[in-house]
Design a protein around this ligand. Structure first.
Ligand code: NAP
Length: 281
């Protein structure tokens, strides 16, 4: 059995074309106002620079604008907060993205939580997380929201399954687990202190790899027939799961690249369009 490919690249393209139509309508109905995503990048980490550029390019593809605030490495928390305050107060800005990770000495959590919840289109504030966890309306963290959209597109059943999420970061593992819980999965969250990790992963009907270590989750940890979601992206185009050893025995999997990555960007843009529609209503 070869697993079904959960093709995030193709789905993200479809979502973008739907978004382009919504943006066109919004511009026409608002007398020419264009939805705007503001990105804040602190420092010049090459991966972060690339991610911000990819997000700006996606804005262009759907007819939105993006503005970039570039702050030098070594910026203080106060300087980043001042930039966020400026963007929060600007009615022409509909969504704010701070590229993670923010280099020290900046306190990332303080910065995330300064974003106006109405503009938190990347779903990083405690308020947004809490509302999502409670099943209230909120912008979900973009990567797990993209995974949920992909699973839903391919009609992967979640109710009653045992989902094992490896990783508990605030932007990925933790919100992923809560979204799966809200979809009525039985969820186990693993992290660096988890004992007998391989045994726990083997119980998963669905496994999400969100560790940040290349092919850390080995093929023989995956139960035959499981659904495999690899959220990791490491140098050399490899994820956090040994996918080459999994594709022949799983029921479905996200490729790397072309699985979770494009869905993350699509969700960010979709949530910015949502925010712009609300702001311009
Ligand atoms: P992170 O903040 O570094 O979190 C990594 C998590 O993995 C932590 O919860 C950590 O546990 C856990 N972990 C580390 N070593 C472990 C071990 N030996 N056993 C079990 N768990 C372990 O990383 P992240 O931001 O969540 O990102 C994870 C991956 O997703 C990375 O590859 C990243 O590139 C990728 N990512 C992709 C996208 C996308 O759009 N495709 C977006 C975001 C992230 P502790 O909490 O105990 O330390």
């Amino acid at each position: 059995m070869t697993g079904l490919v959960l093709d995030g690249k193709t789905l993200a393209k479809q979502i973008e074309s739907e978004l382009a139509a919504r943006v066109e309508k919004l511009i026409a109905h608002s007398g020419g106002k264009v939805p705007v995503l503001a990105t804040i990048l602190v420092g010049e980490d090459p991966a972060s620079v690339t991610y911000v550029r990819m997000k700006s390019n996606a804005c262009k593809r759907v007819g939105m604008e993006s503005i970039r605030a570039l702050l030098p490495e070594g910026s203080t928390t106060g300087q980043v907060l001042a930039e966020i305050d400026k963007l929060n107060a600007d009615p022409g800005v509909h969504g704010i993205l701070i590229q993670h990770p923010i280099p020290k000495p900046v306190e990332e959590r303080l910065c995330f939580d300064r974003i106006d919840p109405a503009k938190d289109v990347d779903g990083v504030t405690c308020m947004g997380f809490g509302r999502m966890a409670m099943g209230e309306e909120a912008y979900g963290s973009a990567t797990p929201a993209g995974i949920m959209r992909l699973l839903s597109h391919y009609k992967i059943p979640l109710e009653g399954i045992h989902a094992v999420v490896v990783g508990r970061s605030p932007i990925l593992g933790k919100p992923m687990a809560l979204m799966l819980l809200n979809a009525n999965a039985t969820v186990t969250i693993c992290h660096s202190k988890t004992k007998n990790l391989a045994e726990v992963v083997r119980q998963g009907d669905l496994v999400v790899g969100a560790v940040g270590k290349p092919e850390f989750i080995r093929g023989d940890w995956i139960k035959p027939g499981a659904v495999v979601v690899d959220a990791g992206y490491n140098e050399g185009n490899v994820g956090d799961i040994e996918l080459s050893a999994v594709v022949e025995k799983c029921s479905a999997y996200t490729p790397v690249p072309g699985g979770v990555g494009p869905m993350t960007i699509a969700m960010l843009i979709a949530q910015t369009v949502d925010a712009a529609e609300k702001a311009m209503a």
